[in-house]
Design a protein around this ligand. Structure first.
Ligand code: FES
Length: 108
């Protein structure tokens, strides 16, 4: 299992969940009851309500965001940061175990 900790906007204490490798970060968040992920489109890359900011060193472990993910991030409710990603496009791998992710102030 892979552990991921989500931090609500400007909170120092996070919520840790576990998920199986191969699951998307978005699906793991929903299954784990992380309220800061809306995921309105269900992972079809048409909503940007699964916006997250991935902390290092895990960000560097991720494949580079594809053009359509980068384009959709421009529609996120909160301005994208350099480490912004869409959680539905992140597949959890053992290398991401322990990952820490910040949630934006809002997804709308
Ligand atoms: Fe809609 Fe990720 S869930 S873009």
């Amino acid at each position: 299992m892979i552990e991921i900790t989500f931090f609500e906007h400007q909170q120092s204490e996070g919520t840790t969940i576990t998920a199986k490798p191969g699951t998307s970060l978005m699906k793991a968040a929903l299954a784990g009851g992380i309220e800061g992920i809306a995921a309105d489109c269900g992972g079809t890359l048409t909503c940007a309500t699964c916006h997250v900011m991935v902390r290092e060193p895990w960000l560097s472990q991720l494949p580079t965001a594809k053009e359509d993910e980068r384009g959709m991030l421009e529609f996120a409710a909160c301005r994208p940061q350099a480490n912004s990603r869409l959680a539905c496009q992140i597949e959890l791998t053992p290398a991401l175990n322990g990952m820490q992710v910040d949630l934006p102030q809002s997804q709308y």
